[in-house]
Design a protein around this ligand. Structure first.
Ligand code: ATP
Ligand code: MG
Length: 848
């Protein structure tokens, strides 16, 4: 509904007076969070479709109420006597008055149907009957419709809003009349609106459970609708289990069957949330709503493990879902591959650590008296990828307590140590009234040098000082773009070097200069500023290159590519983005090619400022970034548009050449590209050429022949290795032959012990196995010197073990004599020591 807010507030005219839609809703974080209930009840999902109709200053309560009743009872045939309506009755301290208007309309309807309004109309306070999208924003009283699903349907409204699965809310009619302002005031809106929301899965579930309102013997459940059936069959096929439709009696003490059914519901719900979100370009990651998605996925993986589903099972649920819903939501069909790959890579990442995390939890459960400390929860979170709420869920199930405050302390501490690694200049400012934020005048080339302004502030820092001017052509580090360097010339001709430019929390550009308290005396004087233009141009080449790269990545990999971090320096750029797998060499080449084609095309780079709401529709804004009322759009050639406060080249030709240096993973689902353009790209190419020529001369060939030459060399060396192996094996065999003749018989068992020379311990083991085969019932003990270590191993056949000769014991004795340690199983054991000189004698003792 976010996009409608400006219509409700009267900030924009609505393009239509009414609308009807299905909204993709996720309630797994923030003000509306149903995650904890999902799976444990049968009517809350993390993702659901909310069907709604809207009036923008058009119809109001009479129509909304009459039409809702008509749709439910006449069109769909819901039994009238099982329906209950609620109206707003403020409690103490709640805003506005009793919603008499809604009450009167409902009263008329129920009377007409021969139903007692005193029973069928219930009232609720702000908690249930006053709808708010958040703490602020458009809001108003609402009227909900609830349905009694008990077998007899005779609860007389007592279960309304009582958290019973037998009486659930299906539709909420919200009458938007107020705006909740920061500070807590509710201001009446000039115009009145309607926003209704019906749970599609709930209605579908009720129709399915009651077989079209004919049978109320089964417990109601959204999961009975065919929206979930195909996913359930897939889970059944994979797990060999079936869904039993039980509901938990007590969620802290589930029976096996109840847990089974909870898991079916969790998986079927969560795969929808993940798939729909990814299709809309929201990928699991580390912050904000992206982390919510990762948490949901990990919750699913953890539950799946409980019914022994194999790693990768969750990914397998994508197809049945997309097959079912892709016809209605084409984005699912279009993004099918992306969804599958994202989930697969997330699942894999968590699968790598989940077992060890669960082991740690087992240890805590059985060893530390059942309390999870803050440090342990943090270790689970940071090392094993257990979101805190997942640990909480497991703790709750196992009856463990968990130290949430301690966990939060660890998170904070960790963030602080992380930050300490960065060089950051914290500057506290300033007499705010006197000094307004610095006006940046350095977008245009012509203003970069010989710029006249006034020095209006000086601050002495610990290691450097800071100068402030009224205006400045120096870019202050922001949005990844490095700050400018250059010089400031005082009115007496003194030239001061600017080492860096940073921004403070008010918006001053702080020109970082060497410590010199005498500078204070110059405040108030006129100064001339000169930016190091060469340096700045190198930086802005990399900044424009970053925009081109962003564009080419989206064209090549898809619109889910989202900037997650960026650094723009003189000699390179770094760009972090969300993508689920490593780029292929072909993809990297395509991206480079696209960028270079645009460089050659030499398109113009334009920038302009517009009010945020008037920004072009296709402009890329970085999610999570806070933008002011007026934003700056950087448009390169019409194909790349981004909101950006940085500085750029005038035309793409200035970039010269663009090359990607490398592409790598920095976290699950997050990639990093480092690239160069301009002079740095030339330097890199030159160096690569030089290296190539150097290699060619080493190989005595032309650069073009290097590959051929190397292939031949590698083949040759493989050949040699093969020959060497063959010789070693031959030698080992002849050793084996020699050794066999030394075997002696004791207690009906052959004993053989000797020193061998083998390429490695593994080969020695092969030789021992060989000898054992030839000897039959036997004990074989071999030793060898490998580098400065001695390795010994023993093999004992079952007959030898029965006779009391265990490999483990033999090795333990033997290694003790070699100044080392070892042991193992009765049939095979290995060990090592350091005393090579003692080996021969020790082995001889084995057979005597
Ligand atoms: P409840 O009290 O049952 O959680 P709600 O008051 O949070 O419902 P609204 O915010 O009024 O619900 O949302 C409108 C409609 O959307 C509800 O009447 C219901 O049918 C549906 N709905 C709300 N939350 C969920 C959910 N988590 N899963 C499925 N449907 C939901
Ligand atoms: Mg709710």
């Amino acid at each position: 509904m976010n996009q409608f807010v400006p219509y409700f507030l009267g900030e924009q005219a609505a393009p239509w007076p009414r609308a009807a839609d299905t909204q993709k809703c996720i309630r797994a974080g923030g003000k509306h969070n149903d995650l904890e209930d999902v799976g444990f009840d049968t009517y809350h999902h993390t993702f659901f479709e909310m069907l709604g109709n809207w009036s923008f200053n058009d119809y109001f309560k009479p129509e909304a109420i009459a039409w809702a009743w008509e749709l439910l009872t006449t069109v769909w045939g819901l039994p009238k006597e099982r329906l209950y309506a609620t109206v707003y009755q403020p409690g103490e301290g709640d805003p506005a008055d009793f919603d008499q208007e809604a009450y009167d309309h409902w009263k008329a309807i129920f009377e007409k149907e021969g139903l007692d309004p005193a029973i069928h109309i219930r009232s609720g306070n702000k908690k249930d009957n006053f709808w708010m999208m958040g703490d602020t924003g458009p809001c108003g009283p609402c009227s909900e419709l609830h349905i009694d699903l008990t077998p007899a349907g005779d609860t007389k409204g007592e279960l309304v809003n009582a958290d019973s699965p037998y009486c659930i809310e299906i539709w909420n009619l919200v009458f938007i009349q107020f705006n909740a302002e920061p500070g807590g005031a509710f201001k009446p809106l000039k115009a009145k609106h309607v926003d209704t929301g019906m749970g599609f899965e709930r209605v579908a579930g009720i129709i399915a459970t009651t077989k079209n309102f004919t049978d109320y013997t089964q417990p109601p459940s959204n999961y009975n609708s065919d929206l979930f059936q195909d996913i359930f069959s897939h889970i059944s096929n994979m797990s060999g289990r079936s869904y039993g439709a039980t509901m938990p009696n007590n969620r802290d003490d589930l029976s096996g069957e109840e847990l089974n059914d909870v898991i079916f519901r969790v998986l079927a719900d969560h795969i929808r949330t993940l798939s729909f979100s990814i299709a809309d370009g929201i990928l699991p990651s580390n912050e904000g709503r992206n982390y919510t998605l990762r948490r949901i996925l990990r919750r699913a993986v953890m539950f799946g493990k409980r019914i022994d589903l194999k790693p990768g099972f969750f990914t397998k649920l994508v197809d049945p879902l997309v097959d079912k819903m892709g016809g209605f939501f084409p984005e699912l069909e279009e993004q099918r591959d992306v969804i599958r790959k994202v989930i697969a890579s997330e699942e894999k990442a968590f699968d790598r650590t989940i077992d060890r995390g669960l082991q740690l939890l087992d240890k805590i459960t059985y060893q530390s008296g059942g309390n999870i400390s803050g440090e342990e929860a943090f270790e689970l979170y940071s090392t094993y990828g257990f979101p805190f709420d997942l640990t909480q869920l497991i703790a709750r199930e196992r009856g463990l307590s968990i130290d949430e405050a301690g966990f939060q302390r660890c998170v904070k501490q960790h963030a602080e140590t992380g930050r300490a690694g960065h060089v950051s200049t914290e500057i506290s400012v300033v007499e705010e009234e006197k000094l307004h934020h610095t006006q940046f005048s350095g977008f245009n080339q012509d203003d970069l040098t010989g710029f006249n302004t006034e020095l209006i502030g000086y601050f002495g820092g610990e290691e450097t000082d800071f100068l402030i001017t009224t205006q400045s052509p120096f870019y202050a580090e922001m949005g990844g773009q490095k700050g400018d360097k250059g010089t400031i010339v005082l009115s007496d001709g003194t030239m001061i070097e600017v080492l860096d430019t940073v921004k403070d929390n008010v918006g001053h550009h702080l020109h970082v200069v060497a410590r010199d308290p005498a500078l204070k005396g110059h405040v108030g004087e006129a100064v001339t500023m000169h930016v190091d233009v060469e340096r700045r141009r190198a930086i802005q080449r990399h900044h424009s290159a970053t925009h081109l790269l962003n564009w080419a990545l989206r064209e090549t990999l898809g619109d889910h590519v989202r900037q997650a971090g960026s650094l723009v320096a003189t000699d390179h750029l770094r760009f972090d983005f969300d993508h689920f797998e490593a780029m292929t060499p072909a993809e990297i080449e395509r991206v480079e090619r696209m960028v270079n084609q645009q460089i050659i095309a030499n398109g113009g780079v334009n920038w302009f400022e517009v009010p945020f709401q008037d920004k072009p529709e296709d402009v890329i804004a970085t999610f999570g970034e806070k933008y002011g009322a007026v934003v700056r759009v950087v448009d390169i050639g019409g194909y790349s548009k981004e909101l950006c406060g940085g500085t750029h080249v005038g035309a793409t030709g200035e970039l010269g050449l663009f090359k990607i240096k490398n592409e790598s993973a920095i976290a699950a689902g997050r990639r990093r590209i480092e690239a160069v353009c301009g002079e740095s790209a030339f330097e890199m190419a030159t160096q690569n050429f030089a290296e190539l020529h150097h290699m060619a001369s080493k190989l005595s060939c032309k650069p073009a022949e290097i590959e051929d030459r190397l292939t031949k060399l590698l083949d040759h060396s493989k050949d040699l290795e093969k020959k060497l192996r063959a010789m070693e094996q031959k030698q080992a065999q002849s050793q084996g032959g020699d050794l066999l003749s030394t075997a002696v018989e004791k207690d009906g068992i052959k004993w053989l012990a000797g020193q061998v020379s083998a390429a490695n311990p593994n080969d020695m083991r092969g030789l021992a196995v060989d000898l054992q085969k030839k000897l039959g019932p036997s004990v074989v003990v071999l030793g060898g010197v490998f580098g400065d270590k001695v390795t010994v191993l023993a093999l004992a056949t079952p007959e030898a073990i029965t006779a009391g000769h265990k490999a483990g014991d033999i090795i333990r004795n033997l290694t003790a004599k070699l100044g080392g340690k070892g042991g193992g199983k009765p049939d095979f054991a290995m060990g090592g020591g350091s005393d090579a000189a003692a080996l021969k004698g020790a082995l001889a003792e084995v057979v005597t």
